[in-house]
Design a protein around this ligand. Structure first.
Ligand SMILES: [Zn+2]
Length: 437
């Protein structure tokens, strides 16, 4: 990203940044791609001024779980469209997973993603590379080369690493290469062929179940192996009450484990689905029971789940327009995540606004080791999100910049929306409109 040639002054907003303990009205001056000053009454005649009077100014939001699909599956999403969806949703940085068409399991693929993001991306893109070659659970990917090429973490997400012995070895290599490892926790012997969460609805509909235990056994396995090796572990998309408890217990024991929740797991449960399942709700891990949803919210509240991530997983309309059992898993989330979080966690009283900023920016930036991001401390990168907490809006996929419209939130009324996204000191989204370089 090229820095804005002119300084940018975000004037008069309420600045909320837990990293510097700030929740107060202040101006934010961005210059040469960095945060130059955060204080009241900044005068900078050369600056372009954005009036933030009734708005909240926060460190640029970071989504650490995004499927951009490129290279190889560009009919679902591209780096260009995915980063535009991110900017519309208020995200200034995203980390993308390796289960693309041509897998991101080698140096050239990591370099390709970074190069295309540089040319066509509207926000910062940080590639997560595969832990095993071809995400096939057969051989370990060349981890040192992936590190040198700029991968920020490792994950076979989409699937677990299927062989525990291979995983144990791969974790040792990951530790030695200095990586965070991200777990898609699933014991496939307990989920094979499954398409919906186990329970009465699955029985009524005659659909194969995905047991809660599939995720829980996978979570325990990955935490134990990571702890025994001494490698930091992040658990993706926690969906069951017992998984939340397992992570809570691991953290209390002092293990280097973090975990995330997605908006679809804290907003939806089986009681909201009909027995005639809609493929737009088909996701892995699946939408669970009301007590699981409550446990995920409690995990977000007490910090067991310190990160909110979208698991943005775009598919074509034709792919999702199939009978439930044949449609692919996945829900898009970049353009609804902030609104769902503000409405269903903050307005609902589960999180303070500052805690939401931690889970959407500070904590994912820290966990991925994105230096200078997730903070408005002077000298940080000039990545900023400006939020209108009072704006009421209705979700309409016709407005999406993403190619994917596969999500069950159409028509939902939300309160709170990003109105500016600033990346490297350059405004890339203003009042919902994308601003191309
Ligand atoms: Zn996954």
């Amino acid at each position: 990203m090229k820095p804005n040639p002119r300084p940018l002054l975000l004037k008069g907003g309420t600045v909320v940044d837990p990293t510097i303990g700030l929740f107060a009205r202040a101006d934010v001056l961005l210059r040469d791609g960095l945060v130059a000053a955060v204080e009241r009454g900044i005068a900078e005649p050369a600056a372009e001024v954005v009036d933030c009077g009734d708005l909240f100014v926060v460190p640029g939001l970071v989504d650490m779980h995004v499927h951009l699909r490129e290279p190889g599956l560009e009919d679902k999403e591209t780096i260009a469209t995915g980063t535009r969806a991110a900017a519309r949703g208020g995200f200034t940085s995203i980390a993308c997973k390796a289960n693309t068409g041509q897998f991101v399991d080698n140096e050239a693929a990591v370099e390709y993603v970074r190069a295309i993001a540089e040319i066509r991306g509207l926000v910062n893109v940080f590639p997560i590379a595969a832990l095993t070659k071809g995400l096939a659970s057969v051989g370990i990917a060349p981890l040192r080369e992936l590190r040198a090429a700029g991968a920020v973490a490792l994950s076979d997400d989409g699937h677990p690493v299927r062989r525990a012995g291979l995983l144990l070895n791969a974790l040792r290599y990951a530790r030695d290469a200095g990586f965070l490892v991200i777990s898609h926790a699933e014991e496939e012997a307990l989920s094979e062929g499954g398409v919906v969460s186990a329970g009465p609805l699955a029985v009524e509909a005659g659909l194969e179940p995905i047991l809660h235990e599939a995720e829980e056994v996978g979570t325990v396995r990955d935490i134990i192996l990571a702890a025994s090796v001494g490698v930091p572990l992040h658990v993706d998309h926690v969906s069951t009450a017992r998984s939340v408890q397992i992570v809570r217990h691991a953290k209390r024991r002092g293990l280097d484990v973090t975990a995330e929740a997605t908006p679809h797991h804290f907003c939806l449960d089986q009681s909201m689905l009909s027995e005639r399942f809609d493929p737009k709700t088909k996701v892995n891990p699946p939408i669970r029971d009301p007590e699981d949803r409550r446990a995920v919210i409690e995990g977000l509240r007490d910090g067991t789940l310190e990160i909110i991530a979208s698991d943005h997983a775009p598919h074509t309309e034709a792919e999702k327009d199939q009978p439930y059992q044949y449609a692919p898993f996945g829900i898009v989330g970049l353009e609804t995540m902030l609104g769902l979080t503000l409405t269903h966690l903050v307005e609902a009283g589960h999180l303070s606004f500052g805690e939401a900023v931690e889970r959407l920016s500070v904590n994912p930036a820290r966990r991925l080791g994105l230096a200078g991001r997730g903070s408005l401390r002077v000298g940080s990168m000039a990545d900023v999100t400006v939020i209108d907490r009072g704006e009421r809006w209705r979700v309409d996929p016709k407005d999406f910049a993403s190619k994917g419209i596969n999500m069950p939130f159409t028509g939902w009324e939300l309160t709170g929306r990003a109105v500016y996204a600033v990346v490297g000191g350059r405004v890339v989204m203003a009042e919902g409109e994308l601003i191309e370089g």
